[in-house]
Design a protein around this ligand. Structure first.
Ligand SMILES: [Zn+2]
Length: 351
């Protein structure tokens, strides 16, 4: 079943808006405002509950006036772990404590053999999202470097080799998503903001391997993380200007990746770094996900305007800084409305 849209709800081709990925889950599905929150349902009820939550998430984005619709990551406990759970070669019983992105310790599963994926993790959910809307849809997957950084490797014992294996698996998954009707596939690589040497040596190449043979547009999301304490503490150490993107953007500008998603609003990222991406589409974070304060449409518009000297208007995609999973549903809803309203202000100016 497809929904027919009245003309007023047709997506904008100029400044198309979207969220980065996650939205809060309904309280009947899992504990709100908590990362890694356990599910409240089991078995078939859980399966059905996740799909119902996906429909609600799509509907809330549509009603907020967003142009590109995501699943809100309603079927994932965590943006990386849920994908890895479906792979062979990873033992979730054997856990080791590792340092995630040089920032905080976490107990993670162990790679014990060759990693592989049987079938697809998200294709059925993507088909459900495809049925919900005629608007373009976007699906997020973890990037290879961020995946290896969330595991203890007792098999390959080489970050590069493991990343390469994951790139092949992600390519398989991305092809299944494309076949399910996904228009934009986004790889989340917050690790690109930390491991610059590895990014240069093999990180971008692994991402391009994950993209091989796809017709869907490919985005990479690089951020300073959810608004959780470990991340806000880390940000406090980064000084008055955050210049991490200066390392990654020139490499991505030279790559085959189509869209780069970055953090901007309320951050200390110098906006002129966007110039380093010239020619690429830019998903600009105009919503702060680390604050419960709702941006006004004028604030969103000001952030978008600030980027226009450095990105061609037809390549600018207004978005959020990161996922909104840790926020309350009402705050996330209001922020989506603000994003759409702010983009509309700038759209009118450009017209
Ligand atoms: Zn993010």
């Amino acid at each position: 079943m497809t929904t027919l849209l009245p003309n007023s709800l047709l997506p904008n081709s100029l400044l198309p808006t979207s969220i980065v990925g996650s939205l809060p889950k309904p309280s009947w599905l899992s504990q709100p405002e908590t990362l890694w929150s356990p599910w409240k349902l089991n078995g078939d009820e859980l399966r059905e509950g996740k799909l119902d939550a996906l429909s609600l998430a799509a509907d809330e984005q549509r009603r907020a006036g967003l142009d590109i619709i995501s699943d809100g990551e309603q079927n994932r406990q965590h943006f990386v772990t849920t994908f890895i759970e479906h792979l062979s070669g990873v033992d979730f019983e054997r856990r080791e404590t590792v340092r995630i992105r040089n920032r905080y310790d976490a107990s993670v599963p162990t790679v014990v053999g060759e990693v592989s994926l049987d079938g697809s993790v998200f294709a059925d959910d993507a088909k459900r999202l495809r049925e919900q809307t005629q608007q373009p849809i976007k699906w997020a997957l973890p990037g290879p470097m961020t995946m290896i950084d969330t595991l203890y490797d007792d098999h390959y014992r080489s970050r590069e080799e493991l990343a390469w294996q994951f790139a092949k698996i992600l390519n398989q998954e991305a092809k299944a998503l494309e076949a399910a009707g996904v228009d934009i596939i986004q790889f989340d690589e917050p690790a690109f903001n930390v491991f610059f040497d590895e990014m240069k040596d093999w990180g971008v190449a692994a991402l391009e391997r994950a993209k091989e043979g796809l017709k869907a547009e490919i985005a990479v999301h690089i951020c300073y993380g959810y608004g959780i304490k470990a991340n806000t503490d880390w940000k406090a150490t980064l000084g008055s200007e955050w210049r991490q993107y200066e390392e990654s953007f020139p490499l991505l500008q030279q790559s085959t990746i189509d869209i780069v998603s970055l953090e901007s609003h309320n951050s200390r990222v110098p906006v002129d770094l966007i110039e380093l991406l010239r020619g690429k589409k830019v998903m600009l974070g105009a919503i702060d996900v680390a604050s419960n304060t709702i941006e006004t449409p004028d604030e969103v518009a000001a952030t978008l305007r600030s980027a226009l000297p450095f990105v061609d208007a037809h390549l600018l995609h207004p978005s959020t800084n990161c996922g909104m999973a840790p926020l309350s549903r009402q705050v996330a809803r209001d922020k989506m409305h603000a994003l759409a309203a702010g983009a509309e202000i700038v759209r009118a100016e450009l017209a």
